[in-house]
Design a protein around this ligand. Structure first.
Ligand code: PEP
Ligand code: MN
Length: 468
């Protein structure tokens, strides 16, 4: 395969590219970004990669969730806390259900760039460029605001940094201290039998935590803090390239040094410590369904990274193409290096997932299989509102679990669009949200998200799949 460099993607065909008016302004933004410190370190990235290895082997579960499109305005205390609390609660329910550790990854601190089906859209009769995400252009529906602005790339870094700073500070100050009572807010559940079922689960989780406290097991740091890794779609390659740096692999990420490396190390030279390219804008990055062409720019960029990476796969992915993609981004067949994020839709999953699993197994790859039950289940209401039905989301997850069981592989996790706010964007769930009710608090700037109650309920139900 041809030589890779952080810029080798520029010689490949690219989808979803952004055309800026002023190349000098782009260069100046990128120069600034290249000089800024990384947001995450190789040590943390490799830590995540090790955990994902366990997920691939069926020993852990990965919960990934957050907004479809993060906005700079979401960088505030309340919204970050709500999201962290929700992911934490969901993970506790899943640990109880699946009886496995849960790896938490948030779509946060950088999930700004959005791929669009069409470069233009018509708002109130005026055609203008589509909103491409806060790091590219503005949502306000004027031609001026929709112009790509390179200074937004720099702003994306600072909003990511502020979000991550507060996330880290909150976690280390005990926001995730499992000894403090959590408010599970089950008041909205209309049906008494369902409410009773959820209360039983909450009681089991609370009892387990109380028991650990009584016997002193919660002295362990793991109970006082929880790790949350960051992730976003690696769409804007100029931005990602700026944060891709040749850094030393953490010592425990490597095979034991050879004798000659050992000698050089003893002599005090650091030259023998191998390095790799880490994209330090997030722990985990994924390639979207629209940019995953084997010979395209995004795959070229991703194949050189030491980070664990995701690839979205849907009904348009052929079995051979999937294997070729895995061979390209993971030629050494490292276990758990790749998360295959499947998003077929409840109606199509049974048609495509078994073939994909069989092809990957036959090729000798062991990825993490994660179900994204959101993107294949998007539909429009008769009023033209983009929504998703809770029953379809749940159905795709249940089918994924069953298909993997039958194929002798593992459903390693779920990938959700959710928010800690009480929005009304998806239909269904225990509060009985209807299509008519969607307009009450429909706030998303891109795809419809599960609200905090729907997301928690989904965790209860998925936990039930393992327990029932
Ligand atoms: C997304 O995750 O928000 C997204 C755009 O997904 P996909 O690439 O699967 O369509
Ligand atoms: Mn989305």
């Amino acid at each position: 395969m041809a030589e890779w460099s952080p810029s080798s993607w520029t010689s490949k065909p690219i989808k979803q590219d952004v055309t800026y008016e002023d190349p000098a302004a782009v260069e100046s933004a990128l120069t600034k970004l290249r000089a800024l410190p990384p947001l995450v370190t190789p040590h943390e990235i490799v830590d995540l990669k090790k955990r994902l290895r366990n997920v691939a082997l069926g020993k852990a579960f990965v919960l990934q969730g957050g907004d479809c499109a993060e906005l700079f305005d979401y960088c505030n205390q309340d919204m970050i806390e709500a999201k962290v609390k929700l992911l934490l609660q969901m993970s506790l329910i899943l640990i109880w259900g699946a009886n496995k550790p849960v790896v938490r990854i948030a779509r946060i601190a950088g999930q700004f760039a959005k791929p669009r089906s069409s470069p233009n859209e018509t708002v109130n009769g005026v055609t203008m460029p589509s909103f491409r995400g806060d790091n590219i252009n503005g949502f306000a529906a004027t031609a001026e605001s929709r112009k790509p602005d390179p200074s937004r790339l720099v702003s994306a870094y600072f909003h990511s940094a502020a979000t991550l700073n507060f996330l880290r500070a909150s976690l280390s100050s005990g926001i995730a201290d499992l000894r403090t009572p959590l408010d599970w807010e089950l008041g909205h559940v209309i049906t008494p039998s369902i409410k009773q079922k959820y209360e039983k689960i909450v009681n089991s989780v609370t009892d387990a935590l109380r028991f650990m406290h009584t016997v002193g097991l919660d002295q362990d740091r793991g109970v006082q803090t929880a790790e949350i890794f960051t992730s976003h779609e690696g769409l804007s390659l100029e931005y990602e390239q700026s944060f891709t740096r040749l850094l030393r692999h953490p010592p425990d990420a490597l095979p034991a040094p050879t004798q000659s490396q050992e000698k050089t190390l003893r002599r005090g030279s650091s030259a023998a410590i191998p390095k790799g390219y880490y994209d330090t804008s997030a722990h985990f990055l994924w390639i979207g369904d629209r940019t995953r062409q084997v010979d395209g720019a995004h795959v070229e960029f991703f194949r050189g990274l030491s980070n664990p990476i995701g690839i979205k796969i849907g009904p348009s992915m052929a079995n051979e193409e999937l294997v070729e993609l895995l061979n390209t981004v993971n030629p050494t067949k490292e276990i758990g290096k790749v998360i295959l994020i499947s998003r077929y839709g409840a109606e199509k999953i049974s048609q495509f997932l078994p073939g994909h699993i069989a092809a990957v197994q036959a090729a000798g790859h062991l990825p993490v299989w994660q179900c994204d039950p959101m993107h294949g289940n998007t539909q429009s209401t008769p009023y033209g509102v983009k929504t998703r039905h809770f029953t379809n989301i749940l159905s795709e997850l249940k089918q994924a679990l069953e298909i993997h069981r039958a194929a002798g592989s593992f459903l390693g996790g779920m990938h959700l669009e959710l928010t800690g706010e009480a929005v009304t964007e998806c239909v269904g769930g225990a509060a009985g949200l209807t299509e008519e009710g969607l307009s009450e608090r429909y706030e998303t700037f891109c795809d419809p998200r599960l609200n905090e109650k729907q997301a928690l309920e989904l965790a209860f139900l998925v936990a039930g799949f393992y327990r029932d």
